[in-house]
Design a protein around this ligand. Structure first.
Ligand code: FEO
Ligand code: CA
Ligand code: CA
Length: 717
């Protein structure tokens, strides 16, 4: 989300990470050879920056075939020569014919957001749909597009004059914000050529908001820690919110992930005294100490249950009389069946509760478990893996929520430990194993529900590796290797420093400490310290077994400015591919990797961007010494043939969320919070209308963009 500073997520991990002995290996069935990528017509369009035909590293014969876009600060999306963009939908656009069009003055009613596109477009996925309205994975000309609406972008957008300031919120504004969060599902179809548009009025169009009823399923369903006034038996809740990145399942459902729910959950002064010691430990570990007001103050808007529920303060005598457990109802992976508009979404508790950036599946293989990688986006947090108990049966495609229960309600959670020698291990987080039981003196884990709800505490205890803010993950369909962005970390300190509080020294997997100068808009400058530009780590599961407990890793790419010293610019980035703060990450079905940025460290030079890449494999590089002196293992250096800037977004935005149709001819991506550093009185952006219409609509809005090639050929190739 916003990037007023280069590193803006909560930091709450102060654990000392007790080291423990290697763990008993589990035996899961072997992953079979992955299928190769689909064929493609590689028309190589070179020029612009003087690129020549590629002879370098490529995956499956895949080659980048476009002229790199130069860094810029324009208020438009800049795409390569030969490409074009259109806007699919933006904040407030009506999904039905019963609503008026966006008025640009905040006059839309709160309730109408149940039928309008929400704010803060983020993760998304395209599901092909058949003529009869069921999941058809290979269908490219008609489908359902699920988009996350992460948060309400201040200060434009929803309200007449931005958010009304004050110690208490205006009820009608909060109500509108509640409905502007969540997920939109819209039918999309091709028009002329490969451009696509939203089918307004489609029976599939649907909103899931921060007020929608959602069930709990899996091991934590019915836990004492999930009981609320709304659900005294802890089996359901209302709303999904702060939906950041996403996942998808091979049976055709959408996974939406709850990240910065601390934005809307408060806790009053003096609340600790009404809690058990365990509860206080858990609340603090998830960033909710007593006397914490949420940034959006939803709980202050009135006495209606719609607002009161956002305070986690103890007010009743039992959990069934208040919302003391509201924090435990967020941070989950939520499954939605986009093809069944009356189905109830489910919070799949077997995938645990964290600041869920996303949930990225490895390609499903018949007879093997479903494997889903997950990142917890906060400084010093961890990378996780879920392995289902049920083995994949291709007959389950199209089975909706019932099939979701089969694969996602029972399985094993692991957390990653990265060793300095390039090896790694997945440590099992199961009650009764690895010291995770009621005798644990750091936190007495009562049962598996307790482990899943408070998995950060479990990961601390088993000695997982604290990472530089895990954001998106993606699995290479050509070789099964997994990638994850580590966007940045202002909390790393020099290896020679004496650490205090939550500070961390570099380690092999998060190796850089350096300082970088940033020029503010008024001409003054500041120095960003730590790992301001971020990196992308990747790992290969042992013996090509995605469910393995051992892996090998290297650092695929280091974000850097091209002019940085070689120990900062460790991947050898140049003007055609330098970037900072990688966030979104996506392998398209051909094996082309797309890297998106949410940056506050290089935005004095360029707006956020998206790059295309054809990566090699773990171990294709060398040992290196990073700035600050820590030894690491890096992948092969980037070249213009292997990493290239594909687009640059409008002012003050982040580029996030991406989907490509199975035929590779239509791409969707999201622009979030354009113009966020301005105000209604002094706007800094008029996107998306700056791009397409020149109309009287001037408020910048988050939106989904459609990219196609003018010659109708494959995107990026
Ligand atoms: Fe919502 Fe960590 O990005
Ligand atoms: Ca700089
Ligand atoms: Ca993100």
């Amino acid at each position: 989300m916003n990037h007023n500073t280069y590193d803006d997520n909560e930091i709450v991990n102060s654990s000392s990470n007790l080291h423990m002995a290697d763990l008993m290996a589990i035996r899961l069935s072997r992953r079979q050879t992955l299928k190769g990528g689909i064929g493609l017509t590689a028309t190589t369009l070179l020029g612009g920056l003087g690129l020549t035909a590629c002879g370098g590293t490529s995956s499956g014969g895949l080659k980048l075939g476009f002229a790199a876009v130069a860094k810029n600060k324009l208020d438009v999306v800049t795409v390569p020569e030969g490409y074009q963009v259109s806007i699919l939908h933006a904040l407030g656009d009506p999904m039905t014919y019963g609503e008026e069009s966006w008025k640009d003055n905040g006059s839309e009613t709160a309730e109408s957001y149940n039928r309008r596109i929400g704010d803060g477009h983020d993760g998304m996925y395209y599901f092909g749909m058949s003529d009869t309205g069921v999941y058809q994975a290979e269908r490219s000309d008609r489908g359902l597009l699920c988009v996350n609406h992460e948060y309400v972008v201040q200060p434009y957008g929803l309200h007449a004059n931005g958010i009304t300031p004050g110690a208490t919120r205006v009820a009608s504004e909060v109500e509108k914000e509640i409905y502007a969060h969540g997920v939109s599902v819209v039918e999309v179809k091709r028009n002329i050529g490969y451009d696509m548009s939203m089918v307004r009025g489609s029976k599939f169009n649907r909103r899931v908001t921060s007020a929608t009823e959602i069930s709990f399923s899996g091991p934590a369903k019915g836990s004492t820690q999930l009981k609320t006034k709304f659900s005294p038996d802890g089996t359901k809740t209302r709303g999904t919110n702060n939906n950041c990145a996403n996942g998808y399942t091979p049976w055709g459902t959408y996974l939406t992930c709850e990240e910065n729910w601390l934005n809307v959950v408060s806790r009053s002064a003096g609340d600790n005294a009404k809690r058990t010691t365990k509860e206080v430990v858990a609340l603090n570990r998830y960033g909710l100490p007593e006397n914490r007001k949420s940034p959006y103050l939803w709980d202050t808007a009135g006495t209606d249950d719609l607002f009161v529920r956002w305070s986690s303060s103890v007010t009743g005598t039992t959990p069934a009389e208040d919302y003391r457990n509201i924090a435990n109802t967020f941070g989950w992976v939520v499954e939605i069946d986009p093809f069944n508009t009356t189905s109830t979404p489910a919070k799949r508790t077997a995938l645990a509760r964290i600041n869920h950036e996303g949930a990225w599946p490895a390609p499903a293989v018949v007879g093997q478990p479903i494997v889903i990688y997950q990142g917890d986006d906060a400084r010093n947090e961890y990378i996780y893996k879920f392995v289902s108990k049920a083995l994949w049966d291709a007959k389950d495609v199209g089975g909706g929520m019932a099939v979701g229960a089969k694969y996602l309600d029972e399985g094993t959670m692991y957390v990653a430990k990265f060793n300095a020698d390039g090896s790694g291990q997945w440590i099992e987080l199961a009650h009764g194993k690895n010291g995770l039981d009621a005798n644990n003196t750091s936190y007495a884990f009562e049962d598996q529900a307790d482990v899943l709800i408070n998995i950060r505490l479990a990961a601390d205890f088993v000695g997982a590796t604290k990472m530089d803010r895990p954001e998106w993950g993606a699995v290479n369909p050509l070789n099964g290797e997994a990638y994850m962005t580590l966007t940045n970390n202002s909390n790393r300190v020099p290896a020679s420093a004496t650490t205090t509080g939550t500070q961390l020294k570099p380690d092999a997997a998060n190796p850089r400490y350096y300082e970088d100068t940033y020029t503010n808009s008024d001409g003054s400058s500041k120095v960003n310290k730590g790992n301001p530009h971020g990196h992308i780590i990747r790992w290969k599961e042992d013996a090509a077994n995605q469910a393995a407990v051992k892996f090998s890793w290297d650092i695929y790419l280091f974000g850097a400015e091209a002019t940085a010293t070689p120990d900062v610019n460790l991947s050898g980035l140049t003007a055609v591919n330098d970037f900072a703060s990688p966030d979104g990450l996506y392998f398209d079905p051909r094996g082309m990797l797309w890297i998106q940025t949410d940056d506050g460290a290089y935005t004095d030079v360029t707006n956020c961007m998206m790059l295309a890449a054809v990566p090699g494999r773990v171990g294709d590089g060398s040992m290196a010494t990073a700035a600050g002196g820590t030894t690491t293992i890096k992948g092969a250096n980037a070249t213009p043939d292997t990493v290239r800037r594909f687009l640059v977004g409008p002012k003050d935005c982040e580029i996030t969320g991406i989907a490509v149709t199975p035929d590779g001819k239509t791409m969707f991506f999201n622009v979030q919070h354009p113009g966020e550093l301005g105000s209604i009185a002094k706007p800094t952006s008029a996107w998306p209308d700056s791009q397409v219409s020149g109309s009287s609509i001037k408020r910048p809005r988050s939106a989904t963009v459609v990219v196609t090639r003018k010659d109708g050929d494959n995107i990026g190739a």
